[in-house]
Design a protein around this ligand. Structure first.
Ligand code: C2O
Ligand code: CU
Length: 535
């Protein structure tokens, strides 16, 4: 597929294309800021889509997309040879009237991901994963993101246009990183993050139209942690015993560079499935732990891969938080399924193991639909090595946080969304993404029930709604998994499943947001649509 926005649209051209909807923000505060809105229709009209992409072949490509062979095999390496590392915590560049100002640049970096081999990454401040934001609920911040992914830096004609999406955040539309609000190479955008929600593990990632999959694969993703007074008052493991971990599967060329498949089967491909599992960018790492409790904030940041996590000892995880924050009560589970973009905080107690013991974190998921990788290759994810005794004063209380404010009995509207294959692509209610179309106009303050229906054979879709958190009501009429009983912004929709969720449109913000499958390959091709919150 031709690189639409990144290779073909110069700033001038984008201005011409976008015509009246060009939002060029050059104010005293935003000097030099460049944001462009281009609808896919505009792009198509101008013939910027490659011929093959514009004429999506009906039904073609399915065979290739479902082919059961990996395009390459990554070089082998010794597992558990590197320690888990944590991305650095980003510091504000200045504080004005109590508001912290942060800056990141999307730039090209070079990183040793596979031992002894160097990969080019596109990272926030040149690092992958990007720096971690640690902010307080109730304290807004301003983030200026500069796009340094120029043609010269990336070697791609036109460079790479970007948007930054704070996944799971209650945020104004303009700062949400809408896929069409592209920031061109050399431009920047100021984002206003209110941090008005309770303590939670969010993440920020690229969301550029048609290229989210590639841009995130190349490294544009990082953690965004919000804390609050309630969380701090709880005796949960914290500080050095509270560890974020993101899971990315990747393919590597023989020289250690990232391999991103861009072949003709794109429109219907199942996703990019890697044969190396990275935890915070480290392949199959180890982590030295003390004999005490730890909180792990797990994020499935993969393109398409789902994980079923288990401890090698068979001991349970204590799940304390879902996507949008702490659950009302902890839930124990021996196996934890994580769809793409889901986050769970789990507590693991290593006190029962002796010093010298090792505990594996394993992915026991059987082969997924369309996944060419041998499950044995992606089974061992990391290893905890118990190295020291500890005095542990932390605990997991029975009550963690009030439940999400939504009462399905108050719902005034029910919307049905079908996730399927049509027109040779991934669709919602049979429609491809179109930046000129709005498919729902929920009223601010109202409560709705959304019904997700999957009749796409063996495909599995992680369904994400921007702006709000929802409650999962049921899956095929039965209660969700106990550990799904917390605030969620992404839910797993399996084959032949109907999942119902309820949300209250309690955000103060009005405007247009996207809603999509978070299999990033599905999202790009084009299982995404828009809703507009109205007064
Ligand atoms: Cu994590 Cu619309 O995204
Ligand atoms: Cu999908």
């Amino acid at each position: 597929m031709t690189d639409i926005t990144t290779t073909r649209i110069s700033q001038g051209a984008a201005r011409r294309i976008a015509g009246g909807r060009w939002s060029h923000c050059r104010g005293a505060r935003n000097a030099g800021e460049i944001a462009v809105k281009v609808s896919r229709r505009d792009v198509m009209k101008l013939g910027l889509l490659g011929a093959g992409a514009a004429a999506l072949p009906i039904g073609a490509g399915i065979r290739e997309a479902l082919a059961d062979t990996s395009p390459i095999q990554s070089p082998s390496f010794t597992p558990f040879s590197r320690p888990l590392t944590l991305p650095p915590v980003i510091k504000p560049v200045r504080t004005v009237d109590g508001v912290d100002f942060y800056e990141v640049s999307q730039t090209v970096g070079r990183q040793e991901i596979l031992p002894g081999r160097i990969a080019t990454v596109w990272g926030y401040n040149g690092i992958y994963p990007g720096p971690t934001f640690m902010v307080q609920s109730g304290q807004p911040i301003v983030l200026t993101a500069r796009n340094g992914l120029t043609a010269a830096a990336t070697g791609l004609p036109g460079g790479v246009s970007t948007t930054v999406h704070p996944h799971g955040m209650d945020v104004e539309a303009r700062s949400d990183g809408h896929p069409l609000s592209l920031v061109l190479p050399g431009g920047f955008l100021e984002h206003h993050y209110p941090n008005s929600q309770p303590a939670t593990t969010l993440f920020y990632h690229d969301h550029a139209i048609d290229h989210t999959s590639r841009n995130v694969y190349m490294g544009l993703s990082g953690f965004y942690l919000i804390s609050d007074g309630n969380e701090r008052s709880l005796p949960l493991p914290n500080g050095p015993f509270d560890i974020p971990m993101c899971f990315h599967d990747r393919l590597f060329n023989a020289d250690g560079s990232l391999f991103f498949p861009t072949d003709g089967a794109l429109p219907l491909r199942q996703g990019v499935f890697g044969d190396v599992i990275l935890v915070n960018g480290v392949p199959t790492p180890f982590l030295q732990v003390e004999r005490r409790k730890y909180r792990f904030r797990l994020l499935n940041g993969s393109d398409a891969r789902f994980y079923n996590f288990q401890l090698g000892t068979g001991d349970p995880f204590i799940v304390i938080a879902t996507d949008g924050g702490l659950m009302p009560h902890p839930v124990q589970t021996a196996e934890l399924e994580m769809g793409v973009a889901e986050r769970y905080s789990v507590v693991v107690d290593f006190a029962k193991y002796r010093v010298g013991a090792s505990v594996l974190l394993q992915n026991v998921r059987a082969k997924s639909f369309g996944d060419p990788v041998d499950p044995a290759k992606v089974r061992d994810v990391m290893r905890f090595d118990v190295v020291a005794d500890a005095v542990d004063t932390s605990s997991v209380p029975a009550d963690l946080a009030p439940p999400l404010d939504v009462d399905p009995a108050q719902a005034t509207v029910t919307r049905r969304w079908e996730f399927n294959r049509r027109h040779g692509a991934w669709t919602i209610n049979g429609e491809l993404f179109d930046g000129a179309r709005i498919d729902a106009t929920p009223k601010r303050g109202s409560t709705e029930i959304w019904e997700f229906v999957n009749d796409s054979g063996g495909c599995r879709h992680p369904i994400h709604i921007h702006l709000i958190q929802y409650r999962v009501l049921d899956r095929n009429g039965r209660p969700p998994k106990p550990y799904e009983n917390g605030p969620k912004d992404t839910v797993t929709l399996g084959p032949d499943q109907t999942v119902r969720v309820a949300m209250k449109w309690s955000s103060q913000f009005l405007g247009t947001y996207v809603f999509h499958c978070h299999n990033l390959s599905h999202e790009d091709h084009m299982m995404m649509t828009q809703f507009e919150v109205v007064a």
